[in-house]
Write a protein that binds this ligand. Structure first.
Ligand code: GDP
Ligand code: IMO
Ligand code: MG
Length: 429
């Protein structure tokens, strides 16, 4: 299959995030005219390795490492300007000058959002998601309350001052009501953010209009999702989710362009499971097995460095991702990490009391009680560079059986196989 077979391609997480979306986005980005983020913020952490050099990206799309595509941050993304500036400078120091546009309508994370995030997480206790403490829930909250601050406001001091007045007093009242002390100062924030605005001004524009006219004139667009299905605020394991929709369906509202057809929606699925943060996790591994898998897979958060919880592949979750995203295909990543395991359990259903269920329950108490029902498959040994060169049919039979078993359970083709973090360690089937 040719990489340039469509005009609109979307990369979407089908689990708990960290599936390898950055690597797969980078794989396709070289042939795109635009690479676009449409939701989330710097809670995301996408790792791309090019020629042995590792790049960790949080806000800027993973296409930035090519010179051609324009990187776009859509209005659905929430932006911490200091994190964005840091990322621009980090890339410049590595010799990459980002060709970047940022939506004038994207909401801005302010220091009180980060303090609120910490206070909220403490307040919510068992019901929290274990956030990345980047201010994500509070900034999306302020957007819905309609006193949020947008990128354009940083360029209009009078408007910014008025809005900050409202939002600052609202957030500080709550932070203090939660019993937290804070030494944040409104004037300091104002002055600092006006300076951020000056720095970012050349990047800020109405990207919806730019994207629409480029789409009309035949440009190809690659959308890079962040997080994954179980973190979606509507369809995920609520309330242990993030605060945005993570589905492909959010592209229109998160970028302001509408189109009749997305040609390819590629779900990225890790061959096992990892999760940072708090929630029940039916296939979670404990003890030595979890340590082996975590260390072998390098399962430590890109954003917070937290050790990721790990478990066996959960197809109940992936089945939901196929349906709700309308996935046209799946990229299965990190199969190399499973090399050496003699047996590989795959969860195809949950047992809740006496019932067997195949779809994610809405009921939190059912989800807490869900026990994985496994099919156990035979493992495989090392994957060699010759196998990668020769393609899918040269891979071990037991690995190919693993791939085929998944396809049979979720009714979706697996067209991309990733067996290492580097660009060339990718097999198109
Ligand atoms: P994302 O959030 O979905 O972009 O994923 P992250 O970048 O946070 O985490 C995925 C990690 O796995 C990164 O360190 C990648 O370099 C790495 N990775 C991606 N695909 C593969 C693969 O097929 N094999 C191995 N060994 N590592 C991979
Ligand atoms: P990428 O794009 C993994 C998790 C957090 C927490 C929950 C809510 O790298 O796949 P938030 O800070 O959003 O309020 O946290 O969501 N989380 C992620 N986990 N990968 C991510 O992004 C994540 N973004 C948020 O750990 O459980
Ligand atoms: Mg990540």
């Amino acid at each position: 299959m040719s990489k340039k077979s469509s005009k609109i391609t979307t990369i979407i997480g089908t689990q708990w995030g960290d599936e390898g979306k950055g690597k797969i986005t980078d794989f396709f980005a070289g042939e795109a005219d635009y690479v676009v983020r449409f939701h989330g913020g710097n809670n995301a952490g996408h790792t791309v390795i090019v020629d042995g050099d590792t790049y960790k990206l949080h806000l800027i799309p993973s296409g930035v490492l090519y010179s051609h595509p324009l990187s776009v941050i859509g209005n659905g993304v929430v932006i911490d300007p200091s994190a964005l500036i840091k990322e621009i400078k980090y890339l410049q120091e590595k010799g990459v000058d980002p060709n970047l546009k940022v939506s004038d309508r994207a909401h801005v994370i302010l220091p009180y959002h980060i303090e609120m995030d910490i206070a909220l997480t403490k307040h919510q206790g068992e019901l929290a998601a274990g956030s990345t403490k980047r201010g994500i829930a509070p900034v999306y909250g302020d957007k819905m309350y309609r006193h949020g601050i947008r990128m354009i406001d940083l360029l209009e001091p009078e408007v910014f001052k008025d809005k900050l007045e409202k939002a600052f007093s609202f957030n500080m009242t709550l932070i203090k009501a939660f019993g937290h002390t804070s030494d944040l100062n409104k004037n300091d924030i104002f002055n600092k953010y006006i300076e951020f605005g000056k720095f970012l001004k050349p990047y800020i524009s109405d990207v919806s209009v730019d994207l629409y006219s480029s789409y009309k004139s035949g440009s190809s667009i690659l959308f890079e999702g962040a997080q994954g299905i179980s973190l979606d605020v509507d369809h995920g394991v609520y309330p242990h989710t993030t605060s945005s929709n993570t589905l492909a369906g959010h592209i229109s509202s998160g970028t302001g362009i509408t189109f009749r057809k997305i040609d390819r929606v590629i779900g990225v699925t890790k061959a096992y499971l990892s999760r940072v943060g708090q929630s029940p996790l039916p296939t979670e591994l404990e003890g030595d097995e979890s340590i082996t898998l975590r260390d072998k897979g390098g399962e430590y958060g890109t954003t917070t460095g937290r050790p990721r919880r790990v478990g066996w592949l959960d197809l109940v979750q992936v089945r939901q991702a196929v349906r709700t995203n309308g996935l046209s295909e799946i990229a299965l990543t990190k199969l190399d990490i499973l090399s050496g395991f003699e047996e590989l359990p795959i969860c195809h259903s949950y047992k809740v009391g006496d019932k067997i269920i195949k779809e994610m329950p809405a009921s939190l108490s059912d989800f807490r009680k869900s026990k994985p029902v496994y099919e156990t498959l035979e493992g495989w040994g090392d994957i060699t560079s010759d196998m990668i060169k020769e393609g899918f049919d040269a891979l071990p039979l037991t690995l190919r059986n693993y791939v085929k078993y998944i396809e049979g359970q979720i009714d979706c083709k697996i067209t991309i196989i990733s067996v290492g973090p580097q660009r060339h360690e990718t097999i198109i089937r």
